[in-house]
Design a binder for this molecule. Sequence first.
Ligand code: DX5
Ligand code: ZN
Length: 219
Amino acid sequence: MSKEYIVAPSLLATDPLNFGRDVKMLERAGAKWFHVDCMDGTFVPNFSFGYSTVSALRKFTDRVLDVHLMIDRPIRYIDEYSKAGADYLTIHVEADTEENTLKALEKIKANGVKCGLSIKPKTPVSAIEKYLPILDLVLVMTVEPGFGGQSFMKDMMPKLNELSKKLSEVNPACHIQVDGGIDVNTFGFCKENGANVFVAGSACLKAEDKKAFIQTIEQ
Ligand code: DX5
Ligand code: ZN
């Protein structure tokens, strides 16, 4: 089964004083999804957007809002992010106990939102294996989460490949997303290893021709 290729520009790389302008510019460039990074200063050593931004975006754009929660014990905030209008809510398997991770995923689904689960570079595929059948998206981090503009970790490719194989058996419709250091030179490695959703922050926002950037990766 072949999946659609999608670029999800990361809004972390936008100009905070021209946020709306940048969102509209990315819409005109053909962005179908927006990746919204939410950080709590604890799970990762940085802060970024919260659910008020997701809610403001929901009123401002009809594109898919792909919300990446880099927060500890995300179960505490699932209802707020669901109400804010996220289309996808992705949590980290490292952020809570197994029991709470399952509960959080079930809560996301019960709220009518698509659920995603992410692994940091040092986390193996085996850590998320049991959740695979219920997921709508798996996010394989290709940098340590927390900051934009870091270098792509090519050594994540065997892990991505292992995940793709497992998903093709148990949940072939599940999106496979990569995030961190994705640009015109690195997306190909991810595509070869099964990724179909490409988060791109700095490379997309810095590209002179954003439409061409998106089309190059999505073709
Ligand atoms: C990093 C975030 C990413 C970030 C990617 O923790 O999850 O979404 O915005 O930025 P680039 O594409 O610049 O690596
Ligand atoms: Zn992200």
